[in-house]
Design a protein around this ligand. Structure first.
Ligand code: AMP
Length: 297
């Protein structure tokens, strides 16, 4: 497994693989890898085949963090990440430093950003101004550096995956975006590097996100008609209140393709929520089942 630290070396390696006609799949991450990330690695391997090349990028991108957010204390453990990548058959890990990714920034000579302007407005975009500008910029840069045939993104970050798909489509990147389902802990909590922050009695309280989604799903599956989103939001607030350290940041019901909020929730509607558990901000999302529980009875 190659460990590549500079943009130039990554570009040279990617060029060589491209000239050799090898299929390349990219898995962008911020590291502190868990089974969710590793499921994306498996998905990339499945897509490019045994003879293809799988690249994992590990980079805690400063431009997607707000000034009061957890950039400095974001969990990092490169040694462990490299070991995990090696055991999962990753071909190369791209680990650039800030001076590589944003060369010239300290001297005021980095001034180009990529912004998606519609899907980024709500939810995470509203809660974290500038977040998606940072995400879209760094992903565009990674695509230019690695020039992968495909890149795998988790549905755990549903809005992010939708925005990246839009960016690729709008800016004609020759990259196929592959989505992968959310991997969960046995109690239903979505795996996340930030779960590390959840000490002591905070960890069990993290189940409120998944429990909120399941509670809403049960109502929608039983209903004969679409259900008002405002009532379902109240229901989510009630579930969140069962965890004393939890505070709802937002909950939204929306069309899964356009991310447009809906007032009436039906089968196939998507929901996403962000909740602070203690000081840690967690996210989750899920689709309302297409099956009616009335019909299946
Ligand atoms: P991150 O390192 O948090 O930026 O995540 C890197 C990639 O892994 C993104 O595409 C995430 O959506 C994906 N990811 C994070 N957590 C999970 C999970 N629990 N299941 C599946 N994919 C995930």
């Amino acid at each position: 497994m190659r460990i590549v630290k500079s943009v130039g070396a990554m570009q040279r390696l990617a060029n060589r693989w491209q000239v050799q006609g090898l299929r390349v799949g990219l898995v962008p991450t911020m590291g502190y890898l868990h089974e969710g990330h590793l499921s994306l690695v498996r998905r990339a391997r499945h897509s490019v085949g045994r003879r293809g090349r799988v690249i994992v990028s590990i980079y805690v991108n400063p431009t997607q963090f707000g000034p009061t957010e957890d950039f400095a204390r974001y969990p990092r453990d490169l040694k462990r990440d490299l070991r995990l990548c090696r055991t999962r058959g990753v071909d190369a890990v791209f680990v650039p430093g800030d001076a590589e990714m944003y060369a010239g920034k300290a001297e005021g000579q980095y001034s180009t950003y990529v912004a998606e302007e519609r899907l980024s407005r709500g939810m995470e975009g509203a809660s974290r101004p500038g977040h998606f500008r940072g995400v879209v910029t760094v992903v565009a840069k990674l695509f230019n550096i690695v020039r992968p045939e495909l890149a795998v993104f988790g549905s755990k970050d549903y809005q992010q995956a939708a925005i990246i798909k839009r960016m690729v489509h709008n800016l004609n990147f020759p990259v196929r975006i592959v989505g992968a389902p959310t991997v969960r802990e046995p109690d239903g909590v979505a795996m996340s590097s930030r779960n590390k922050y959840l000490a002591g009695n905070l960890r069990p309280q993290a189940t409120v996100l998944r429990r909120s989604i399941q509670a809403v799903r049960a109502v929608v599956a039983k209903a004969a008609m679409p259900v008002r989103a405002s009532g379902l939001k109240q229901r989510v607030r009630r579930v969140i209140r069962t965890a004393p350290a939890a505070r709802l940041d937002y909950v939204e019901f929306f069309d899964p393709d356009t991310l447009t909020p809906v007032a009436e929730v039906a089968r196939g509607t998507h929901m996403a929520l962000a909740v602070f558990v203690g000081k840690t901000r967690l996210m989750d999302n899920g689709r309302m089942s297409l099956l009616s529980r009335l019909k299946t009875q």
